[in-house]
Design a protein around this ligand. Structure first.
Ligand code: HEC
Length: 450
């Protein structure tokens, strides 16, 4: 029998995202440990030229008479087929005319509603653009709509299909981690969140994770995967204890790892291999076990699963990066409203020993199921604001790490400001911060480097 996710996590577990930033968790954290060794950073501000893939806009003008072969097929190949193909997690394949044409109306509706493709972050350029995020432009959505309205014509099938892009690969030393034995998801719940404690890929000393990939076992069932690094050895021991106390491999977890930890890798289907940008990596402690969180969609099946995660690991030649946790631990949301809010501000110079300017290279936004929007900004010293990430349609099912195509500069004297909104219409009581299914969070793990 599995443990109930509704059980409230002990207080300490509510600090999952905290390094030095929050006093409530301070006793558990040694501040000097949590602060990067500034001297070891490489000054690479000007050298930062990213190898980002572009999110090409397929059309500048919506064609009068769009056809499948000429317009729709390349668009679906870029934005949909990575998930909508035989054997992948999405319900129907979108890789052939005879499969796509009968559901042209559904495709037009899902793209107009912007529920598909499902990445919830704004990638329009209004608040940065992110690597490996596929979004449709207004013109592309209009194209799919027009194609549907005109009866979904095929066009000339002899036109050669475009070459598919070569998928990114991990490089160098790759370590694989997985639960010790296969886990059978719990069919009594539609979503089963399971945490597995796995041995560190490196036995001792500091090391860096510079990239990651996920090899899902039961592809239809695995909805997202997050790898956590416990904050210290005591937290790692607590994770082991949670694992030992639960029946079967792993333990039930929902909003985080169940212990104080920060995310190292976050993957959703279609994500592919991911590299930390431009020679950076996140520093971990050798010998300290990692926590692997798997989200199983049990409606898609409950076959025994042993999903593997690959970590690209290096011990030197890496520009160190770290996550700054932006969190609102005081979060308290009134019930029965569509306009509940949470938020927090952080001036790095006040709460950390960071004294030199940083580059924001990525972000891991996180809320639970009541979350609707999340926005993180820098408030400059002249009062102006610059957006770091904007999530207009939060979806708990599509969590991942987003790396910026262009870094955002952050001075420690400036203030980070996170705002989250929630719909609590379904709740009768106040919702507070926590890891359980009934709790909420307002979090952004901000990945920075010198
Ligand atoms: C990252 C994976 C992924 C990508 C990319 C993706 N889908 Fe989906 N899609 C899914 C999954 C999974 C479902 C099943 C429902 C769910 O989990 O949200 C789905 C469901 C759908 C549905 C049926 C549900 C609905 O909303 O009507 C349609 C239609 C659809 N997708 C169209 C598309 C189109 C068109 C694209 C590209 C423009 C696309 N999808 C891109 C994963 C994806």
């Amino acid at each position: 029998m599995l443990r109930s996710t509704a059980r409230r996590a002990p207080l300490v577990a509510t600090c999952a995202w905290i390094l030095t930033a929050n006093t409530q968790c301070a006793p558990r954290v040694a501040a000097p440990d949590a602060t990067p060794d500034a001297g070891s950073f490489v000054d690479a501000h000007d050298a930062f030229v990213d190898d980002a893939e572009s999110n090409d806009v397929v059309t500048d003008v919506v064609p009068e008479r769009p056809t499948y072969t000429e317009h729709v097929r390349p668009l679906l190949a870029r934005a949909c087929v990575q998930c909508h193909v035989e054997g992948e997690l999405a319900p129907m394949a979108l890789d052939r005319y005879d499969r796509v044409a009968p559901i042209a109306a559904t495709i037009a509706r899902a793209t107009r509603a912007r529920t598909m493709p499902p990445f919830p972050v704004d990638n329009s350029g209004a608040c940065n653009t992110f690597r490996s995020v596929v979004t449709l432009t207004d013109n592309e959505i209009a194209l799919l709509e027009r194609w549907h309205q005109q009866g979904a014509p095929e066009g000339d099938p002899s036109i050669a299909p475009p070459q598919p892009a070569t998928p990114e690969r991990l490089r160098g030393t790759v370590h694989e981690i997985a639960s010790p034995v296969a886990y059978t998801p719990d069919r009594s719940r539609p979503d089963d969140y399971r945490c597995f404690v796995v041995d560190a890929p490196i036995a001792s000393g500091p090391y860096f994770v510079t990239g990651f990939d996920v090899l899902p076992d039961q592809r239809r069932q695995v909805h997202h995967v997050i790898v956590y690094h416990p904050q210290n050895d005591a937290e790692a021991t607590r994770a082991r204890a949670l694992d030992d106390a639960a029946d079967g491999p792993g333990y039930t977890c929902f909003g985080a790892a169940g212990v104080t930890a920060s995310a190292v890798a976050a993957w959703a289907p279609g994500g592919g291999a991911t590299h930390y940008p431009s020679g950076t990596g996140v520093q971990l402690q050798g010998g300290r076990p990692l926590v692997l969180q798997l989200h199983y969609n049990t409606m898609a099946g409950v076959a025994a699963d042993r999903t593997r995660v690959q970590l690209e690991v290096r011990t030197d030649g890496v520009t160190p990066g770290r996550y700054i946790p932006m969190v609102d631990l005081a979060l308290s949301l009134p019930p029965r409203t569509t306009t509940a809010t949470a938020g927090a501000t952080l001036r790095l110079a006040d709460r950390t020993n960071i004294r030199t300017p940083l580059r924001v290279l990525g972000v891991f936004p996180h809320m639970h199921t009541l979350g609707r929007t999340l926005r993180l900004e820098v408030v400059r010293n002249d009062g102006s604001r610059q957006c770091i990430v904007d999530v207009p349609r939060w979806d708990f099912h599509w969590q991942r790490l987003y790396f910026h195509e262009r870094p955002v500069r952050l001075d420690p004297t400036e203030t980070l400001d996170i705002r989250c909104t929630y719909d609590t219409s379904s709740r009768d009581t106040q919702t507070v911060w926590g890891e359980g299914t009934a709790d909420e969070m307002c979090v952004a793990g901000v990945f920075v480097s010198l």
